[in-house]
Design a protein around this ligand. Structure first.
Ligand SMILES: [Fe+2]
Ligand SMILES: [Fe+2]
Length: 160
């Protein structure tokens, strides 16, 4: 069960864990400038998303009484967070193909999207933030798929 600040903290943690994950992926490819730069950029953008959540937290802190206290079950979001954080321990010998596939999967996770709907229902004040975070994921999906298409075509090692 959680109040609005706990929800925001969790959303911020998810963006930060995505930032860390992309940072980790980029460092797996330090000998590949193109991939390294691509995932560095993804990482910086996740940091921007975390900043969007931080801004909302500031608004809540400034007007604590204008937000309803609603209890929300965050266990699924917690599981998602754990899933992201455990990836570096589970993924050994990450190939470019695997890294891109993994990122596309994470950005498109239905579970997390569904959960965002629940948050908006509980806290209509967060509608705009949630909308912006979802749009950012969609942009990342497009950006990733576009990059993967170009990159894997030009990478002779990934020939099927
Ligand atoms: Fe994000
Ligand atoms: Fe993203």
């Amino acid at each position: 069960m959680a109040n609005i600040m706990t929800v925001l903290n969790m959303l911020e943690e998810i963006e930060i864990s995505m930032k860390n994950l992309y940072q980790w992926i980029s460092e797996e490819f330090t000998d590949n400038t193109e991939l390294y730069r691509f995932f560095q950029r993804m990482s910086r953008e996740e940091e921007t998303h975390a900043g969007m959540v931080k801004y909302q937290k500031r608004l809540v802190r400034q007007n604590p009484n204008s937000f309803n206290e609603v209890s929300t079950d965050l266990s699924e979001l917690q599981e998602f967070l754990q899933f992201i954080s455990s990836i570096p321990e589970r993924e050994h010998n990450l190939t470019p193909e695997r890294a891109l596939k993994l990122a596309i999967e994470l950005e498109g996770m239905d579970e997390e999207r569904m959960y965002r709907g629940v948050i908006v229902e509980s806290y209509p004040e967060l509608r705009e933030l949630i909308h912006n975070l979802t749009r950012s994921d969609e942009e990342h999906c497009i950006f990733l798929k576009d990059f993967a298409r170009r990159y894997l075509k030009s990478d002779p090692a990934s020939d099927e």
